[in-house]
Design a protein around this ligand. Structure first.
Ligand SMILES: Cc1ncc(COP(=O)(O)O)c(C=O)c1O
Length: 339
C-alpha cells in the first residue's frame, strides 16, 4: 500500500482530491483490471457515495454535454432512473429486455444518447448481455455519439457461469462504469467508484466537487487497505460460498414445494425470478404471503408499465438464512402452485 495510506499523515484529514484518495484509486484500478477486465486508470476513477451518487453525477455530466434523453432497461429500475434523470433535466425512456439482454435495435430507434444498464447480471431478470448485443451496443454508442452507464452492482457474485467482464473494458471511451460496495460489503458504507471516459472525466470531477468536495477519506483508506491486504478477496470467496448454499436451498425448497414454478436468473447475484402459471394475481399473492410472514416482491414494480402480468416474483436470498428460506418456501409453496 502507498505510504500515504499506511502512515495516514495529517494531510489525510484535509480536503482531498475530489476524485478520491489516490491510494484507493490506485488499488481499485488494479482490482478492477484483475477482477473485471476493466480498462481502469486511477486518473479517471472518481470515488463516489455508492451507485446512487455515481448515477446522478454521470447524468448531470451528460446533460452538460447536450444529452437530452436517457434510456433504461425494462424491466429494470424505472423509478430510480426516471427520478435521477429528471433531477438532471433529462427525459427517461424504457427499452425492453429479453433473454439476451437489452434490445439494441429498439434502443437505436429511440433518440436516446445514453443508456443505463446492468450488463453483467441484469436487474431484475438476471440475464447476462449476450456477446453480439455487447458488440451491437458499443457500435450504437460509437455511431450515435452516445454513452453507456454500466451499473456493475453485483458483478462479484457469480456461481456457475463463466465470468462476464465489465463492458467498460471493451470501450473505455464510451462507457461510464459504476461499482459499489453495497452488495460486497454493506450499503451503509456508501462507497462506490466510477470509471470515467476521457471526454467526461473533468465534468464528472467538477460535479463531484460541487456535490460534496469528495468522499470521506478515512473510509477510502480503510477500503484500500482491505483490498490490498487480500482481505476483500477472502471475504468475497467466503460470501460466494454462503450465497451459493442459500441459492441451493432455495432451488431445493422450490423443487419440493412448488415444482411447477420455473425459476430463472440464478447464475449470479442474490435473487431469482419465479415464473407463475395459471390464474394468479400478483398483489393477492404478495398479500397472502405477507399474511404468512413471507415477504415476496412482484415484478410489476420493475416494469415501466407497472403491469402485473405475466406474474413473476423476485425471490431474494442474499440476506435470508438457509433455515428461513426453507421455512418461507414451505409456507408459500401452495400459493406459488396456485392453491
Ligand atoms: C440495480 C441496483 N444497482 C445498484 C445498487 C446499489 O446502489 P448503491 O451503491 O447506491 O447502494 C442497487 C441497490 O440495491 C441496485 O438495486
Amino acid at each position: 500500500m502507498r505510504e500515504a495510506a499506511r502512515a495516514m499523515p495529517t494531510a489525510a484529514l484535509d480536503y482531498g482530491d475530489p476524485r478520491g484518495n489516490v491510494a484507493l484509486r490506485e488499488v481499485m484500478a488494479g482490482y478492477l483490471r484483475r477482477v473485471r477486465a476493466a480498462a481502469a486508470d486511477p486518473e479517471r476513477i472518481v470515488i463516489c457515495s455508492g451507485y446512487a451518487q455515481g448515477l446522478g453525477l454521470a447524468l448531470h455530466a451528460l446533460a452538460r454535454t447536450g444529452v437530452r434523453t436517457v434510456a433504461y432497461e425494462d424491466p429494470g429500475s424505472p423509478a430510480t432512473i426516471s427520478s435521477a434523470a429528471s433531477w438532471a433535466g433529462l427525459s427517461a425512456i424504457p427499452v425492453p429486455v429479453d433473454e439476451r439482454g437489452i434490445d439494441v435495435q429498439t434502443l437505436a430507434a429511440t433518440d436516446a444518447r445514453a443508456v443505463v444498464m446492468t450488463p453483467a447480471h441484469q436487474w431484475p431478470t438476471g440475464v447476462a448481455l449476450a456477446p453480439e448485443r455487447r458488440l451491437a451496443l458499443i457500435e450504437w454508442a460509437r455511431s450515435r455519439d452516445a454513452v453507456v452507464i454500466e451499473d456493475d452492482y453485483d458483478a462479484e457474485f457469480r456461481y456457475d457461469r463463466e465470468p462476464v467482464g465489465a463492458l467498460q473494458g471493451l470501450a473505455a471511451d464510451r462507457v461510464i462504469s459504476i461499482g459499489t460496495v453495497s452488495k460486497s460489503l454493506a450499503p451503509a458504507l456508501r462507497i462506490g467508484w466510477m470509471l470515467c471516459p476521457p471526454a467526461l472525466t473533468e465534468l464528472i470531477i467538477e460535479h463531484k466537487q460541487l456535490n460534496d468536495r469528495g468522499s470521506p477519506t478515512l473510509d477510502q483508506l480503510a477500503l484500500a487497505r482491505m483490498i490490498e491486504s487480500g482481505r476483500f478477496d477472502r471475504h468475497l470467496r467466503r460470501m460466494r460460498t454462503t450465497y451459493a448454499a442459500r441459492r441451493k436451498t432455495l432451488v431445493a425448497a422450490l423443487a419440493e414445494h412448488a415444482p411447477e414454478v420455473r425459476v430463472t436468473g440464478l447464475a449470479a447475484g442474490f435473487h431469482a425470478v419465479a415464473h407463475l402459471h395459471g390464474p394468479a394475481d400478483e398483489q393477492d399473492l404478495i398479500a397472502a404471503a405477507h399474511a404468512r410472514s413471507v415477504g415476496l416482491y412482484g415484478m410489476s414494480t420493475c416494469r415501466s408499465s407497472h403491469a402485473t402480468e405475466p406474474v413473476q416474483l423476485i425471490l431474494g436470498f442474499g440476506n435470508v438464512r438457509e433455515r428461513a428460506i426453507t421455512a418461507g418456501i414451505t409456507a408459500v409453496g401452495g400459493l406459488l402452485r396456485g392453491r
